[in-house]
Design a binder for this molecule. Structure first.
Ligand SMILES: O=P(O)(O)OC[C@H]1O[C@H](O)[C@H](O)[C@@H](O)[C@@H]1O
Length: 322
């Protein structure tokens, strides 16, 4: 359990004031996770840790199944990044491009977030949605103070997570980032992906521009950055995680177990650490890799033309999970 500092008490009190009249949002101190926002409506329930603004659980009441994987050995000490759910990698993805001493995947995932706003709206199809806007509590670190970031989590009959970044300075800034979602799967050996079909850079063997697989299944460690050429960031990509029933072969049947949509990205990262890398991670069980698959909406430095945020420009990166 996290130790509660004075800063945290302020953050929690602020949350209470913001959600005062919003019935579908609650704040609770959960046994293992610490302070979390809970959004619940007739269709779905989501749990968001104030540490890292990280979604930890998302259940769609359509089938009452958990969609996200959270490591049984995840560390909740208020310092280390939490292994699982939807970590927010911002304002850089992977290693920092110029400073090797900076932490991997940025600093948003290891700080407390404040709740700025919570609201309920009825949309045209009568599905009520609840939306919360969170912001990192400390933006001044690592010379990124000129970029404002907010995290907008919207729950309707689906979950949408969006990172909104605005450059309020007068110099252009390279922005790399990811919604590093860990999806829960029954058995990675019986999973294949559809909709991820652009060439990829392979971080496992450091090769570039590899042809995407015809049948995207999993038999070894995978750490791939699939790149797009579009530069307008308006392209909506639909990805399906499918369950493969391969026996007997003549009756092969593929079932979609998870649909994901993403926009604002120039890459989709697909990661499964497999046996050895799982075993080497202290916050992952040895067999943890069997029930997880990361599908990440990302902007990466691998892009032909990486995302440069000009003065007063805003960029939105989003992932919707059904
Ligand atoms: O262990 P973390 O810092 O959370 O990173 C976990 C993984 O994130 C991404 O998917 C990267 O492509 C991987 O190379 C990395 O191992």
């Amino acid at each position: 359990m996290q130790h509660q500092s004075q800063g945290q008490t302020e953050i929690v009190n602020e949350c209470l004031a913001v959600i005062d009249k919003v019935g579908s949002v609650d704040i609770q101190q959960l046994e293992r996770y610490g302070h979390c926002l809970i959004l619940e409506n007739a269709y779905c329930r989501v749990v968001i840790s104030l540490f890292g603004g990280q979604v930890l659980s998302y259940i769609n009441k359509f089938d009452n199944k958990e969609r996200l994987w959270l490591s049984k050995l995840a560390i909740f000490d208020g310092k280390a990044p939490i292994r699982g759910g939807i970590p927010i990698c911002w304002p850089w993805f992977s290693n920092h491009t110029t400073n090797a001493d900076y932490p991997s995947h940025g600093y948003a995932r290891t700080q407390m977030f404040r709740l700025l706003n919570a609201q309920e709206t009825a949309s045209s199809n009568k599905i009520h949605s609840t939306s919360v806007t969170l912001v990192p509590s400390q933006l001044e670190q690592y010379a990124y103070s000129n970029i404002d970031m907010s995290l907008v989590v919207t729950l309707s009959d689906r979950l949408c997570v969006e990172i909104v970044s605005t450059n309020k300075g007068c110099e252009a800034v390279l922005l790399t980032q990811a919604l590093h979602s860990y999806f829960l799967v029954d058995d990675i050996h019986q999973v294949h992906l559809s909709g991820v079909n652009t060439p990829y850079d392979d971080k496992v063997n450091a090769t570039k521009n590899n042809k995407p697989p015809d049948v995207y299944n999993f038999t070894k460690e995978v750490d791939r950055i699939h790149l797009f050429n579009h530069l307008l960031y308006t392209h909506k990509q639909t990805i399906n995680i499918c369950k493969t029933h391969a026996a007997p072969p003549q009756n092969s049947q593929h079932m979609v177990s998870q649909m994901i949509e993403q926009t604002g990205h120039d890459a989709t990262v697909v990661w499964n650490p497999w046996v050895d890398t799982s075993a080497a991670m202290k916050d992952m069980q040895n067999n943890g890799y069997k029930t997880m698959l990361c599908i990440e909406a990302a902007n990466t430095a691998n892009a032909k033309k990486p995302l440069i945020l000009g003065p007063l420009q805003t960029h939105k990166l989003s992932q919707t999970i059904f």
